[in-house]
Design a protein around this ligand. Structure first.
Ligand code: FEO
Length: 424
């Protein structure tokens, strides 16, 4: 009996279809795996339900808790956990990437619970996994979660081989907590940077900056930096110096996009912000009970416009969130603070603002002060008590308007605007 060749070829053709289909499924699985390099995968999560980060900072566009898997030829490492309530999603992604193997290491660059909250659950899921951190990390690990075994303590400059690739650890204290460190995957020029270079805003499909429109993330990076890391300019500078001569193709932060195309831009932004350098422009902040201080602030804005200032950002403290105000104060160089006198002191939200600025050690801003009152007129004196303790340049005498007596004020505001612009 001869071979039925047409049947044979039909079977072969079917095999081809099956193979093609299988390849397509694999491609789909690969797409879902969210590769960054041949051995680095994204296994982070998005949070669009938490309304305030750290209980303080609004999240109108959500936030991502980024985590990564590095697959070496001998060992697999997870870099960072996620916030506790999202750990099941992280575990699902880790399993999809690891193809049945168990991760050997969990690298903990930062212990703040938006990342470390997952650790207990990760240890239950992958009980043989060793947690890697520095001495301060491990002290916090025990304090927060009672974990003190299956740990590996690393020091500045230590390396960990995963077989065909190596992780190198650098301690970068106070970017953002004392235990913070960064991890460099040497062979792929990938820097796992912890909070540094992070931003608010969930990831809407794209993971790497080349997959998305990134301009909207930059104001959110400034907001993140000013709100969360702003106090630690000098430690950020030290961290930047540590990596000044290191080749970096990918910055894998704990929040926001993976930076690849725009590595130079985000490094420049961090360098500028951590030196407290700012762009041309003025933030005008004011509190106002019945609108008189607001009119004063509006007049000041017009005076600045007539002096050529185009970037003016106004914040009424009764409505603006301090988070957005800090973003703008970190972003532009000029600052006008206007307050009514309230209970023989400052308008409360103006006082809270001054405390927030002082606690971040803000420098290199030029500041003008405006006050309004019905009888006491001490607001600007109280502002000056705060400013005296800061490294800011104060211009012109403060003005105190009584009641609504602003008929002859334009000339004075014009002179203050001129001083402010000259000092910027
Ligand atoms: Fe994203 Fe300092 O934690």
């Amino acid at each position: 009996m001869g071979l039925n060749t047409s049947f044979f070829f039909r079977i072969l053709a079917k095999c081809d279809v099956i193979r093609t289909f299988a390849v397509e499924i694999d491609c789909f699985k690969d797409m879902k795996k969210q590769k960054i390099t041949d051995r680095v995968y994204y296994v982070g999560v998005n949070d669009r339900t938490t309304t305030r980060f750290e209980g303080l900072w609004p999240l109108p566009k959500g936030v991502s808790y980024n985590s990564y898997v590095v697959k070496g030829s001998r060992h697999i490492a997870i870099v960072e956990g996620v916030e506790a309530s999202f750990v099941s999603r992280q575990i699902e992604s880790i399993k999809a990437v690891c193809d049945g193997k168990s991760p050997d290491f969990l690298i903990v660059n930062h212990m703040e619970p938006d990342h470390s909250g997952a650790i207990r659950m990760l240890m239950l899921e992958f009980p043989q996994m060793v947690i890697v951190g520095n001495a301060k990390t491990l002290e916090m690990l025990e304090g927060y979660y009672g974990i003190n075994d299956h740990v590996l303590s690393v020091a500045d400059g230590d390396t960990l081989s995963l077989g065909d690739c190596t992780l190198k650890f650098s301690l970068t204290p106070m970017v953002h907590w004392p235990e913070t460190m960064m991890t460099h995957l040497i062979e792929d020029a990938v820097l796992f940077s912890g909070d540094a270079f992070g931003c608010f805003g969930a990831l809407n499909g794209g993971i790497i900056d080349s997959e998305m429109l990134t301009d909207g993330f930059f104001p959110e990076m400034t907001r993140y930096y000013s709100n969360i890391v702003g106090k630690y300019g000098k430690p950020v500078q030290k961290a930047l110096e540590k990596y000044a001569d290191t080749k970096i193709d990918f910055i894998c932060s704990t929040h926001g996009p993976v930076w690849h195309d725009r590595v130079a831009d985000v490094v420049e932004a961090y360098d500028r912000m951590s030196r407290y350098e700012a762009k041309e422009g003025v933030t005008i902040v004011y509190g106002s009970m019945y609108g008189h201080t607001e009119v004063l602030a509006e007049k000041m804005a017009r005076a600045l416009t007539l002096k050529g200032v185009k970037d003016i950002r106004m914040h009424n403290f009764s409505y603006s969130d301090i988070s957005d105000v800090l973003r703008d104060v970190f972003d532009v160089k000029g600052l006008v603070i206007a307050t009514p006198t309230y209970n023989g002191a400052l308008f409360p939200k103006v006082e809270a603002f001054l405390q927030a600025v002082a606690s971040r050690g803000l420098e290199k801003r030029v500041v003008a002060r405006l006050g309004e009152s019905t009888w006491a007129g001490v607001g600007t004196r109280k502002i000056d008590e705060y400013l005296a303790k800061m490294k800011l340049t104060v211009v012109s005498d403060a003005i105190e308007v009584k009641q609504n007596r602003m008929a002859d004020i334009d000339e004075t505001l014009d002179a203050i605007a001129a001083d402010l612009v000259a000092a910027m």
